[in-house]
Design a protein around this ligand. Structure first.
Ligand SMILES: Nc1ncnc2c1ncn2[C@@H]1O[C@H](COP(=O)(O)OP(=O)(O)OP(=O)(O)O)[C@@H](O)[C@H]1O
Ligand SMILES: [Mg+2]
Length: 214
């Protein structure tokens, strides 16, 4: 019991240290680098991810030095895909809803000062009906393990993803290349990613691959 709780607290400590180190790394990326990374990511996505017509795509607005998604969102809009952004569930406060995002959407700041589209029940897409979910992350390793900002929002929202054997959404993490670490201490609730796209690479893992059409 004691040994277990000690190793658990050690794991929590290492996860915290990795978050601090990698967040610092990406916050230090300068404007030129971020801007180039944004356009490279958009080009890499377009070249490597094959999208059927009118795809429902969950994505995020960048925060905290995350790789910027603005150009990619504009490119998805231009091609008539449906874009959804995460909104913190107003009642549970622990799960994410995915709300349609359009150029004229009314936006509000959430508790982390991240912009979210104003909630409109008729424009929420259940997570199981998203075709692709592009997820932010703080760090990833060579096996597709993912460490987020520590809120557990994506993990909770996707908890039944494997349990129920859903065929979608296809999960793809988005990150800067410098967010790759040699190894992540994972927890039972961490949802691994079958693919991660960076401005220069598309990493894919056979073992936890949910869908093979990319
Ligand atoms: N499926 C789940 N059910 C209940 N609690 C969960 C679940 N997944 C994660 N949590 C809780 O969320 C907390 C944060 O989890 P974790 O450190 O993995 O966050 P994260 O993956 O960095 O964040 P995010 O998922 O928002 O990107 C954990 O302490 C855990 O207790
Ligand atoms: Mg997690």
């Amino acid at each position: 019991m004691e040994k277990n709780s000690c190793s658990n607290s050690n794991k929590a400590h290492i996860r915290k240290e990795i978050r601090v180190e990698v967040r610092k790394r990406r916050k230090e990326l300068d404007e030129n680098f971020q801007s180039q990374a944004e356009s490279d990511l958009c080009m890499n996505f377009t070249q490597k991810i094959n999208l059927p017509k009118k795809t429902a795509i969950g994505i995020y607005l960048p925060n905290d030095g995350e790789v910027r998604t603005n150009l990619l969102i504009q490119s998805l809009w231009r091609k008539n895909h449906d874009v959804f952004l995460p909104v913190i569930h107003p009642f549970s406060g622990t799960h994410l809803l995915f709300q349609k995002y359009e150029e004229n959407s009314t936006m509000r700041e959430n508790r982390y000062a991240i912009l979210e589209p104003e909630l409109n029940c008729s424009e929420i897409c259940p997570v199981s009906q998203l075709d692709i979910l592009l997820m932010p992350l703080v760090a990833f390793d060579g096996k597709g393990n993912r460490l987020g900002m520590g809120g557990g929002y994506y993990d909770r929202t996707l908890a039944s993803y494997y349990a129920n054997g859903w065929s979608k959404p296809q999960l793809i993490g988005l990150a800067h290349d410098c967010q790759k670490v040699s190894q992540l201490p994972i927890e039972a609730w961490d949802v691994p990613l079958p693919a991660i796209l960076t401005p220069t690479n598309l990493y894919r893992w056979q073992g936890n691959e949910a869908n093979s059409d990319i």
